[in-house]
Ligand binder design. Structure first.
Ligand SMILES: Cc1cc2nc3c(=O)[nH]c(=O)nc-3n(C[C@H](O)[C@H](O)[C@H](O)COP(=O)(O)OP(=O)(O)OC[C@H]3O[C@@H](n4cnc5c(N)ncnc54)[C@H](O)[C@@H]3O)c2cc1C
Ligand code: FES
Length: 258
């Protein structure tokens, strides 16, 4: 983990309130693993005080990218940064998706901004030559971000692109129609989606890792501010920032987290 001051090289509005931020960060780009995140200081002022966490979306040489939705005060401020500005960043943080274990096929599932966790994982899966199928869900066609991914099956709530309905139903339809040998699911998205994909994985007895989001302060396991309740594990609680954000789906208590 490093703290760096990274120069912004590009900030692109991809439509709606979604932005892709590209910055120079060789120190993090050289070590980051799929599923890890960074913690960005919002401004030089004391407000907002807390850093904001974002998944590492992609790396392009020495440059890193994040994909973010401007939902509140902090992301609104970041969306107004300019090329050449410097960002105070800590990273890479958290654990990563695991490509070891008893599986032969992979299913990547992204919902909303959860798609930001997929490109790095997709690259690693390709390097390892593991069969992969990708599913991305969004509210509508305009909110679908499919850059860096190939052969994606899409679902939209309003049916404006791909399957009409939620992405987990699309995954279930796919499993019912295809005989997939020993799949493993990797999922990132809003809490209801993660709860649904976890249920689906249980139903079909499929390995599944989910990336959990939670409000964070320190991002490095000091403040104890990001607990997630676990099931069937030695410790009743884990920290999303330090022990996660990736967890085996059947170890999360979705009554509280979803
Ligand atoms: C490990 C991790 C990885 C993350 N990766 C990404 C990512 O790649 N891209 C991304 O866009 N976000 C990501 N997030 C969420 C991101 O951190 C928050 O969107 C951000 O902190 C919001 O900051 P803010 O100051 O703009 O909003 P705040 O002022 O903190 O909140 C403003 C309002 O927005 C709501 N809000 C906050 N977060 C979200 C959200 N995610 N979705 C909808 N409403 C929200 C709040 O409830 C509140 O009502 C990630 C979070 C974690 C924990
Ligand atoms: S955010 Fe401080 S312990 Fe996780």
């Amino acid at each position: 983990m490093k703290q760096i001051f990274a120069k912004i090289v590009n900030l692109a509005n991809l439509g709606n309130s979604i932005y892709r931020l590209t910055f120079e960060a060789p120190e993090i780009a050289n070590t980051v693993a799929p599923g890890q995140f960074i913690n960005i200081r919002i401004s030089d002022d004391s407000y907002p005080l807390l850093r904001r966490p974002f998944s590492v979306y992609n790396k392009v040489g020495d440059k890193l990218q994040i994909l973010f939705n401007a939902v509140g005060r902090g992301t609104a401020i970041i969306s107004k940064r300019k090329e050449g500005d410097s960002l105070d960043i800590i990273g890479p943080l958290g654990n990563s998706f695991s490509l070891t274990g008893d599986f032969e096929n992979t299913l990547l599932v992204g919902g909303g901004m959860g798609v930001a966790s997929l490109p790095l994982l997709y690259s690693e899966i390709q390097v390892n030559k593991i069969p992969v199928t990708i599913f991305v869900g969004a509210r509508n066609k305009e909110s679908l971000i499919l850059d860096y991914l190939q052969n994606v099956s899409c679902a939209t709530d309003d049916g404006s692109d791909g399957y009409k309905g939620n992405v987990v139903s699309l995954v279930e339809q796919y499993l019912n129609k295809n005989d997939i040998i020993k799949p493993k699911i990797f999922a990132c998205g809003p809490p209801p989606m993660l709860r649904a994909i976890s249920k689906l994985a249980d139903k079909y007895n499929i390995l599944c890792e989910v990336s959990i989001e939670s409000a964070m302060a320190c991002g490095i396991g000091i403040c104890q501010g990001c607990p997630v309740e676990r099931i069937g594990t030695t410790n009743k609680y884990s920290l999303v920032c330090k022990d996660g954000p990736i967890f085996e789906s059947n170890t999360i208590n979705y009554v509280l987290h979803g």
